[in-house]
Design a protein around this ligand. Structure first.
Ligand code: GAL
Length: 652
């Protein structure tokens, strides 16, 4: 829940107010996003130098009143600043209404607006754009534009670069006012692609271990890349299962508990690739963290059957499915009401849920749904309270594979819940989900209350949210991501801590979308940290508008393999120093993955002492994002990490 800066005070007198009442998200008020946009605006107050409220040469106090709508609270904002009015108060660079645009495979261009917000002054001057590589400062683009900014007018500027930029670069943008010689500058990170191109030869990706319960419908797609057509074969498939050779989808039912090692082969005109899949038929499912998409961070309550189908199509056509992305999860906004028999009905945006599930399954994908144990969901739609059994049956009859079960409005039933009361609604639904006749990933969403990681497994959760809702800001990303150490010991195959969904690409909580506010480095850090945390990876963006940078973030098989590692251990923090953190994740083959994270706005050389990782002797190091060997290290090494960025390596 976002905090709401409401008013600011200067030297004990109110000098500004945004005048917007706080809208409760739980009422499903459609004005919610409108209010958010107003809260997140920069506020600037100008006082004449002679104003009596200014105490020259004395202490002046600024106070901001923040209304907290429960949840994380506080103020996620830029620091306060007081200064004399100068050029920067008149000329503003606005990067917010545009993203990097890719045209085909060759060019990435970026538009931005230079705005003269002064109603009195006009400015003529030069705008210089200079793009430099972060590695050696080499200038790769330099251009200048003459700007003639009339009162309260703006000009749009754009620049272009090659889209296959694989090295981090920064655009420095400077406006020099002809009359005064004053300058103002801003800088902008350029997206850079680290993930190597998908090779033509076949490559098997995705989970290497899959859990299923006896008698449950089996659906597993072998994820593989390579030039089409691919031919899939599996030897050692247990009785009851078969594989479609053209798409690698394994279906059927297993009757007996047991472990089966299946040899996989994928062939195409460029070669052959072998792999193994361990099928464990037993009690546990979701033996690796679920990977998929969820509608909330992009479509919010405007999700519809059409958008879900389009997403499923895009999951396939973009090739994401070939890297192990599996679930298509419908969040809040599909429900209507319970009928006289207690059957949950869908609203008009979802004309036929069974047909939708069949469609998603026909692509080799799985489908998820959302509900709340209270009478109402967080979006104000119909919840499952007192209808748990009927709802679970309905989900199973439609073919649902994943249930995200929220808390919203259950707070009215258990206002100040004890831990036992927190467990109650999840235990209740679990009884029916377990008997639904199909494997349904059970995802608890109660924001970490009562340290859910300590008891999520007891109520049979396959994953549980550990925090409030994520937003596409550094403050939200870093405060959630770096607070996950405490729950690390509780993660294991089938039981995952869930720090909430991904905020890369076009997001917006619906219907209007915007490009994520995270910088490219922050997005690398996001995917690195979530992979290290063995977190459920649920893409939160519009898959029909994926740009090459976002695709590069979501299709790095060596990075994803860390998330999907069969050992199922979550990374722990091995070092927290001023400005950086080091996290380590043990992997099944005895090697380790290491995440180095820079929390500052300057590049940092992160020192790593192997003894802090419990390692001695020589180790081979590999950069997982670029998929390149970095040679041998012993005792100590150092790595440059970009501002708010991450490096991810393996050591073996
Ligand atoms: C919140 C939940 C979000 C989303 C939303 C739907 O409680 O944390 O992820 O599901 O409800 O209304």
């Amino acid at each position: 829940m976002a905090p709401c800066p409401q008013a600011s005070f200067f030297t004990a007198e109110k000098n500004g107010e945004n005048g917007i009442t706080v809208y409760q998200k739980s009422t499903g008020n459609p004005e919610f996003n409108k209010a958010r946009d107003i809260w997140f605006k920069d506020r600037r107050y100008i006082l004449p130098a002679g104003d009596a409220r200014i105490h020259w040469d004395k202490e002046n106090v600024i106070a901001v009143r923040v209304f907290d709508q429960s949840g994380a609270g506080g103020m996620y904002a830029k620091p306060f600043e007081i200064s004399m009015v100068d050029l920067k108060y008149h000329i503003i660079f606005d990067f917010s209404n545009s993203a990097f645009i890719y045209s085909g495979d060759s060019i990435v261009s970026r538009k931005f607006t230079v705005r003269n917000v002064s109603g009195k002054e006009l400015f003529k001057g030069k705008l210089e754009i200079r793009v430099r590589l972060c590695s050696d400062g080499l200038t790769i683009l330099r251009e200048s534009h003459d700007l003639d900014l009339q009162k309260a007018a703006q000009e749009e500027v754009s620049f272009s670069l090659p889209s296959d930029l694989s090295k981090p670069a920064i655009a420095e943008i400077t406006f020099t006012d002809n009359a005064s010689g004053q300058k103002i500058s801003a800088s902008l990170e350029i997206p850079y692609i680290l993930t190597p191109k998908v090779p033509e030869e076949p490559r098997i990706n995705g989970a290497k271990v899959f859990g299923v319960r006896p008698w449950s419908p089996f659906l597993f797609k072998v994820a593989a890349t390579g030039v089409a057509p691919l031919k899939y074969t599996a030897t050692g498939l247990p009785d009851g299962l078969k594989m479609d050779e053209t798409n690698g989808v394994i279906t059927g039912t297993l009757r007996k508990k047991g472990e089966y090692l299946v040899n996989l082969k994928v062939e195409n005109s460029a070669g052959v690739s072998d792999g193994t899949l361990k099928i464990i038929c037993g009690d546990r499912i979701s033996l690796t963290p679920p990977m998929g998409w969820n509608s909330w961070n992009c479509w919010g309550l405007s999700v519809s059957d059409k958008k879900v189908r389009q997403t499923a199509d895009a999951m396939k056509s973009t090739g994401l499915i070939d890297h192990g992305w599996t679930y298509i999860n419908i969040d809040d906004g599909w429900e209507y009401t319970h009928d006289k028999e207690g059957m949950i009905l869908t609203n008009s945006k979802f004309p036929n849920m069974k047909a939708l599930c069949d469609y998603v399954h026909s692509l080799g994908l799985k489908i998820g749904i959302y509900s709340s144990p209270g009478p109402k969901t967080c979006g104000g739609y119909e919840g499952s309270y007192t209808f748990e059994e009927k709802d679970a049956k309905a989900y199973a009859s439609w073919g649902i594979d994943y249930l995200k079960y929220d808390w919203c409005s259950y707070g009215n039933i258990a206002p100040k819940p004890t831990i036992e009361q927190m467990k109650t609604p999840y235990r209740e639904m679990k009884r029916f989900i377990r008997n639904a006749g199909r494997d349904i990933h059970y995802s608890l969403c109660q924001y970490g209350m009562g340290n859910v990681w300590k008891w999520g497994a007891e109520v049979d959760g396959n994953s549980w949210r550990t925090t409030g809702d994520i937003e596409d800001t550094w403050e939200s990303l870093s405060s959630i991501g770096f607070s996950q150490d405490v729950c690390s010991p509780f993660a294991e195959p089938g039981r995952w801590n869930d720090p909430d969904m991904l905020v890369v690409g076009m997001v917006g909580w619906g219907p209007e979308l915007h490009y994520t506010n995270l910088t490219p480095n922050e997005q690398y850090l996001h995917i690195t940290l979530w992979s290290m945390l063995a977190a459920p990876l649920l893409i939160g963006c519009d898959l029909s508008q994926l740009d090459p940078f976002t695709m590069n973030l979501l299709t790095n098989d060596e990075v994803l393999a860390v998330n999907q590692d069969p050992l199922g251990r979550q990374a722990t923090r091995v070092k927290m120093a001023t400005g950086y953190e080091i996290w380590m994740k043990p992997l099944e083959d005895g090697s380790i993955a290491l995440g180095l994270f820079n929390k500052t706005l300057d590049p940092v050389y992160v020192p790593v002492d192997l003894k802090d990782l419990g390692l001695s002797g020589k180790h081979s190091m590999r950069d997982l994002w670029t998929q390149q060997d970095l040679g041998k290290v012993r005792d100590h090494f150092e790595m440059k990490v970009l501002p708010h960025g991450a490096r991810m390596v393996s050591l073996r």
